[in-house]
Design a protein around this ligand. Sequence first.
Ligand SMILES: Cc1cc2nc3c(=O)[nH]c(=O)nc-3n(C[C@H](O)[C@H](O)[C@H](O)COP(=O)(O)OP(=O)(O)OC[C@H]3O[C@@H](n4cnc5c(N)ncnc54)[C@H](O)[C@@H]3O)c2cc1C
Length: 480
Amino acid sequence: MNLTSRFQKEMIRSELEEVVGQNFISTGEAEQLVYSVDWSWMPQMWLDRGEPLRPPDFIVHPGSVEEISEIMIIANKYKIPVIPWGGGSGTQGGAVPIYGGIILDVKRLNKIIEIDERTLSVTAQAGINGTQLEWALNERGLTLPHYPASANCATLGGYLAPRGTGTISTKYGKAEDLVMSMQVVLPSGHSMRTPPVPNHASGPDFMRLFLGTEGVFGIITEATMQVDYLPETRLFRALLFDDFGKAIEAGRQIMTKRLDPLVIRLYDPNSTKTRVKKILGYEYEGAYMVIGFDGDPEIAALQEKKALDICFAQGAKDLGSEPGEKWFKHRYDFYYPPRNLKLPWMYGTTETVATYGKMEKIYWAQKKAVEETYKDIGVTYIGHFSHWFHWGTMVYSRFIIENPPEDAQEALRLHNRVWNTAVTASLENGGMINEHHGVGLKLSRYMRRQYGDAWPFLESLKKTIDPNGIMNPGKVGFGF
Ligand SMILES: Cc1cc2nc3c(=O)[nH]c(=O)nc-3n(C[C@H](O)[C@H](O)[C@H](O)COP(=O)(O)OP(=O)(O)OC[C@H]3O[C@@H](n4cnc5c(N)ncnc54)[C@H](O)[C@@H]3O)c2cc1C
């Protein structure tokens, strides 16, 4: 529905107001501006160049699951989009209301319902801020080991909806590996809970259907997450490799020998020379790697020793523990002012995940494609491998253009072209187009290609769950 008529808009507003109360709905210009842009480069650049964005028609702040259900019923009746909004820290445009409609900000659902110290779990509402949840757990000697760099500005629901990954996920798992059960409100307004445990054999695991759907199948309103004890010890060590391929091989061996590292952070030589130097002040030639282990001091020390042996066998030089500890302490500085990438620069994170058999080839193919195609406009390609699995790893690859076109439309086109070059190199070599930032708006157009003959199945699920196409249209590949 195109809400062109003011009368129509006022009618809908008054219905929404009856649900959430006058204080919790807004159509003001300032709020509309704030909620028309998330953390992704495209809308930020667009606004920065003075171009208008499509604002949401209504911003609602429901205070309960029942209110969310009522909002869904209204949206379905009028066939207007509903866009779930957590912290708005997503980098793919997932929360941007490209067709207007209702921004449904979940942040008033911010309560911790239960901390179960025997099970080691926390149940909380989906709008709780990541850092506030962490502080509450820390008071009990516990931690939610999903540590994204955006914890200060992201919500629990926002961790799960795009299948996020944290700094120490290599040991503790991604947000989706830590979730035990969820409550979800469907587009119909029906609210439901998934089974109380994540591992069972009582039919299909439909909880996972809502992970990675970024609000296109419904709204996550509550989640029970596994937590851990705060570790007794945490050890970090830094290494330097002349040969980047050998560094990747060292990481592969640490994982396939199941040494259970907390983190393996491997910067390619270009990142080491630029970002590591700028943020940590180290001037290294080669590929800088940080490995970390935690938990029981004796076990962690042994794991570290075994991992170091693997690295030395691959030709690594030991830099000691100080440059490893410094990295962990400053790990978020890479993403925040004053040292983060920012406008007027053009940048994009074209991260990719793949099996060990394919990963190195993908990295070199992406780098070559981006550097060769855009050498005349001064592109820099950097990458680091941050999340490792038993079967493969991911590259957090980025392109940076320091002098992009002034004109907004031209800049947008160039951004899409560079991204397309990187994504194509990844897809052609067997990669998955992203590991943790989600699809959002930016990668929506690749979903059909990524999934091939499985795509009609996903489309049919969407049509069944959301027949009116009200949930976050234009995202995750669903166009209507
Ligand atoms: C400085 C910075 C650092 C970052 N570091 C990391 C990192 O280390 N790891 C990582 O994974 N990501 C990172 N990100 C990306 C982003 O912060 C994460 O994806 C984050 O988890 C998003 O949470 P949010 O609450 O801000 O979600 P939003 O941006 O509000 O929403 C993201 C998507 O999820 C949907 N959504 C939000 N809440 C719900 C809900 N309750 N139910 C259904 N759908 C919902 C939205 O509609 C949107 O599509 C970073 C971002 C920034 C700005």
